[in-house]
Design a protein around this ligand. Sequence first.
Ligand code: HEM
Length: 491
Amino acid sequence: MTVPLVVYPFVLVAVGSVALLSVRKSSNRASRAPPEVYLSDDDIFNNPRTAYEDALKKHGSVISVRRKNRLEYIVDQSLTAEVLTNDATFGFEKGTLAMLNLHPLLALPRSFMQDMDTIVQEHIISRLNNSVGRISPVFEEAAKALATPLQKGPKPTAVDVDTAVHHMMSKAMLLLILGEDFTSDRDIQNTERVAVAVASLTGIFQNTSWWSRAFPTAWRFFIWMKVMAHDIPRYFLSSIGWKILRDLSTVDGLYDTKDSDPVIKRFARRYVDTRTGKISFWDRVWVLSIVLGLIFASVHQTAVVIVWVIFELAKRPEFAEGFRAETVYETDTDGKLRLSHASTKNAERLDSFIREVMRTKGDTLSTVRQTTVDAPLGGYIVPKGSFVIPFATLSHLSKEYHGEDAEDFVGERWVGTGRPAIMLSPGYWPFGLGRWACPGRALAVAEIKLFVMSLLAEADLSLESGEYTVVDPLTVTSVAPVGTLLLHHRK
Ligand code: HEM
């Protein structure tokens, strides 16, 4: 059958219209915001994994969800690397400071985050041998103190590991960053308070209180005022803060750094004014703020992850002997056997266990970015100034990345694979990913190992009733699980 010539123009018009419509449709889609999905508070706070994962499966790789009066854009594993590593479009500094309600810092001529990064990279991680050596006695003492009640008799003893670990971490970081003169009981107690107070700025304790969930904006304002106008001035500036300012006035152009110097003195030297040979008052205040930020970044989160690792180990006592067997000690200058950087490097089985705890503990909305422009993402446009958050379990428990048993806890999964707990990838990013991934992670993992090795040297572990409770499934990275740890005499 031949088609009459007169039909061709109509066919052309029809095909053209269909093509035009589909181009329009896809450009409409590209200029549209991602679908907004409603999730109830109950789903978000009590059942976040199922709620968000189901919504992403149903509506596509990027959705927006309103949480605590804020619209957040959530992405699945297919867009995670793009969001976390493309800093020009998805800004880390903007996202993190905005999440902390600290946007004013962005207006300063210096970068707060860049300086925090420098102090950690250049003065802690590049000298990890020295850093770990200085703080290892703090971990050994803390473990010994926890196990002291065992000396009274054969019975197991219940211990408050969360409080002990916060105290230990505050002491270790004060010693490393500020030096011995800043480790009095009062300094340690004030530091613990400040670390928890600053952590609360991110809203981590907001999920567990009815008031804060019902009135999120008012609560955010209240908590911000409380931390800035009360907690930091009262617990930090009035005690440690003034001492730091005074101490920094002794650092001048002639100051010769020594190996035993705390991190702050080495870092502060970069601010010595070449004309006056001194550090100006405002630069001293700047150094003080960086140190406060660093204490926040290092104390609370590491303490929480230590509790996770200890509880997971207490549930699986069969791992303890293997960890003891790989623990090596070094003799220090006083002839004492000490845990050192070499001990932590040698602990390969423990490293694998830590990586597995960090992968499986159920991080959900942990790492955030903020769009610096109207950002194309997954076929949509995410408006400038929006929070974009990858959903962590979709990467960490993905079969595509970790195989069929991705959901199972396999303590020795990483032994011999050349993938230590600090090595990040799109399938494993508990320390973030990309240019701004946590610069302190090598210290954090070394600290976790120091405590586990120290505690196993003193006791066997178990959990009362064999389990712990996850109190806030939405914020497992910053809110420790709750349980009662039992210490037993070593068999
Ligand atoms: C287990 C403990 C820790 C965890 C889970 C953790 C996790 C993280 C995460 C997720 C980020 C954001 C990364 C991103 O958005 O891509 C971060 C940033 C940061 N962390 Fe950690 N961290 C820990 C311990 C530490 C320690 C011990 C230090 C310091 C010695 C530290 C210093 C920092 C700093 C300064 C930043 C800001 C980013 C930068 O300056 O590059 N963290 N951390």
